[in-house]
Design a protein around this ligand. Structure first.
Ligand code: GAL
Length: 683
């Protein structure tokens, strides 16, 4: 995050609390029990618009005054959410133009949440007024410590098709292209007779046969959604900034699609937060082949992304109970130990604030099965006992607060390619599995990575701190990015790219240059033939010095140009023996080009070949089932060892380390119980 302007200076535990869900008589007891468990901050109000403005233009602060005064009196800090994710019914009924619509133009109606659109001028007016009212009233309140904008921008829906959105999209592309000739060229509208002759003909995506939308228009549409969310967030941030106390922070809880989270965080926020529900990883995975060994551990991948947005982030909602809605999902309750494990998973990846969702499960509404720490009966239970135990451990981690994560390599990404993959099935067919597999290889071999998103202002120094970068499938490429990569390699970096690289321009159109397009100057390869791996043929592997490795999904048949070495060849198909992996020296660095997508086995082989595998091996030998992470601060090393399995796991600590939870020095052969965690300070 460019200019992260707020950081927690001590490990802090929080909770999400909805005073409007409970009789007032419970408030004081709830806060006392929270404090007793170690909770010092709570988040409130993010869905409470009708309490603050029960009728249009009538503002009422009594309820939250009473609650915040109680918090102040009991020394409980509060993060206040702006309530704009749930417009009140007087607003949705009187001003239906604020409602989002589906692609067919059918309006979403009142009853759930996030049914509004960022681009409705009326909605912006009402939002800026409620935010102004709240921020001016509560900005000076001593209990307030921070502000959350809206709730999960772009969660649940990240597509907007109301009339206001079509109008705003038209203005967005008019500003971008200036003339219809340029727009027609960028979108290739001569294809299928789409040529536009008047701006009034321009719309965002609308129903078309067979999802045959124009992919270049879609790419601009995703850029537009991101810009809309960012403007909406900025509008609120600017208002809050006028009133908040110095030192209080502005945040929002991400990380959702069709949104340049890096720009949003850099331009609008002081710190970024994330909602971590690792249990969802069990059911989100649709391909059993790639899910076989990671499950909830896959949530680490999201946390690495969050760290790329903001190195010292917070968790606004950390899962504490089973997940489920009345309408869907059947999450199992976290097993004993998993509440701690999942919270430590967040801390290991850089979180210094952990706020659990939620204090007590709601007894009514859509989320009656989204369980919190306490259950409906409000009695002490095993989750509260575990929370207290987590807090005891968390407190011993104060020296880790603000520590940096160590990474053996970087995974490069950029939003243009991410959004093109949404518009282009051939693109996502390789990019999605490759990213999963690079993550799996990294996790299972204990070779952590950072994610770096390329932006127009990315400096070479953001890359040169990594000896190796993987940029798996940069299909969209421009001169500027190519120069940046070249500078990185010439200064000694190693760049690894996969199939389908460099063949598109920034509109998502295929260029007529030989592939890999602009990247040819770096890879020293020419691609004259390419194909999806055929489902009708036997699986084609690559042969790397006698080792057979998978080459999934797609095959670019590489022709090495003079000066480029062949490391591996295809082991079958009509291109048997042709180059599948090449290497070229450029300046002080090297470029490796893999003709296929990435699989964990070929990534592990690459990590070995590039001598970056398992950077912590001088400290620990651990089996695949354990996650191993190091955070560093002021020359001190903090080693996290996390057991995601339901069986005991042994490991070896090769040098004596201090177990922070107890202060005990440990070394040699050790073990973690099912779902156990340990954090050592190691020399
Ligand atoms: C989050 C959301 C919360 C709650 C939770 C459980 O995404 O921010 O308000 O809905 O999920 O569903």
């Amino acid at each position: 995050m460019k200019n992260q302007t707020f950081q927690w200076d001590t490990m802090t535990m929080g909770v999400c609390y909805y005073p409007e869900h409970w009789p007032k008589e419970l408030w004081a007891d709830d806060i006392d029990r929270m404090k007793e468990a170690g909770i010092s901050t709570l988040r409130a109000a993010e869905f409470a618009w009708s309490i603050l403005e029960p009728r249009e233009g009538v503002f009422c602060f009594d309820f939250f005054d009473e609650f915040l005064d109680l918090c102040g009196w009991k020394h409980m800090k509060v993060i206040l959410g702006t309530p704009t994710a749930t417009p009140p019914v007087w607003l949705t009924e009187s001003y239906p133009e604020i409602l989002n619509a589906d692609k067919k133009g059918v309006l979403l109606r009142h009853g759930a949440r996030r049914h509004y659109t960022y681009n409705s001028p009326a909605y912006r007016r009402f939002c800026s007024r409620i935010v102004e009212q709240m921020a001016s009233h509560y900005g000076p309140h001593p209990a307030v410590t921070g502000w959350q904008i809206d709730n999960e921008l772009n969660c649940e829906t990240d597509e907007f098709y109301s009339e206001a959105d079509h109008r705003a999209f038209r203005a967005f592309v008019q500003k971008k292209y200036g003339t219809l000739d340029k727009l027609n060229a960028a979108w290739g509208t001569v294809f299928w007779n789409q040529t536009y002759s008047d701006w009034s003909q321009i719309h965002g995506p609308r129903p078309v046969l067979n999802d045959g939308d124009n992919p270049h228009q879609l790419l601009d549409y995703y850029r537009f959604i991101s810009a809309s969310a960012l403007d909406f967030c900025r509008m609120q941030a600017e208002i809050i900034r006028k009133y908040k106390k110095p030192g209080d922070f502005i945040t929002t809880n991400g990380l959702f699609r069709n949104l340049d989270n890096h720009r949003m965080a850099g331009e609008c926020l002081d710190v970024y937060t994330y909602d971590s529900y690792p249990n969802m990883a069990f059911e989100l995975e649709r391909d059993p082949k790639t899910s076989r060994d990671l499950n909830d551990r896959k949530w680490t991948r999201n946390l690495i992304e969050v760290r790329s947005v903001c190195p010292h982030f917070g968790i606004m909602e950390q899962q504490s109970g089973a997940g489920g809605w009345a309408s869907r999902m059947e999450g199992p309750a976290p097993r004993p130990g998993q509440l701690t494990l999942w919270a430590m998973q967040s801390v290991a990846q850089g979180a210094d604030y952990i706020s659990f969702f939620r204090w007590r499960t709601c007894a009514f509404g859509t989320e009656i099965y989204w369980h919190g720490i306490l259950d409906y009966d409000n009695r002490d239970n095993r989750k509260l006992a575990e929370l207290k135990d987590f807090y005891r451990k968390f407190q011993t981690l104060h020296p880790v607060c603000g520590a940096e994560n160590t990474a053996a390599f970087a995974l490069i990404k950029d939003y243009d390619n991410e959004w093109d993959a949404q518009a282009d099935a051939w693109h996502r067919r390789v990019s999605r599995p490759s990213e999963k597999e690079i993550f799996a290889a990294s996790e299972l071999t204990h070779t952590p990575y950072d994610v770096v998103y390329l932006h127009d202002d990315t400096a070479p120094a953001e890359l040169t701190k990594y000896p190796v970068v993987f940029y798996p499938h940069p299909m969209l490429m421009n001169e500027q990015r190519c120069r940046l990569l070249k500078a990185y390699v010439e200064q000694g970096g190693i760049l690894v790219v996969g199939c389908r690289s460099g063949y598109k321009d920034m509109h998502g159109q295929c260029t007529m240059q030989p592939q890999p397009g602009l990247l040819q100057a770096l890879t020293g390869t020419d691609i004259r033939d390419f194909t999806f791996a055929s489902p009708n043929e036997e699986e084609i592997c690559i042969d790397w010095r006698g080792k057979r490795l998978p080459a999934p999904v797609f095959h670019d048949i590489l022709t090495p140009l003079p000066g480029t070495d062949v490391l591996a060849v295809y082991g079958g198909g009509y291109y048997k023996g042709e180059a599948a992996l090449t290497e070229r020296t450029l300046g002080r660095g090297r470029v490796l080009h893999l003709g296929s997508a990435f699989a964990r086995e070929n990534v592990v082989q690459l990590l070995d070949y590039l001598k970056i595998r398992e950077p912590f091996k001088e400290w620990i030998t651990a089996p695949e089932g354990l996650e191993v992470v190091i955070r560093k601060k002021n020359g001190r090393n903090f080693l996290f060892v996390l057991n995601f399995l339901d069986t005991e796991q042994a490991f070896e600590l090769k040098r004596p380390g201090t177990l922070l939870y107890t202060g005990e020095i440990q070394t040699g052969r050790l073990s973690l119980p099912p779902f156990g965690t340990a954090v050592y300070e190691v020399p």
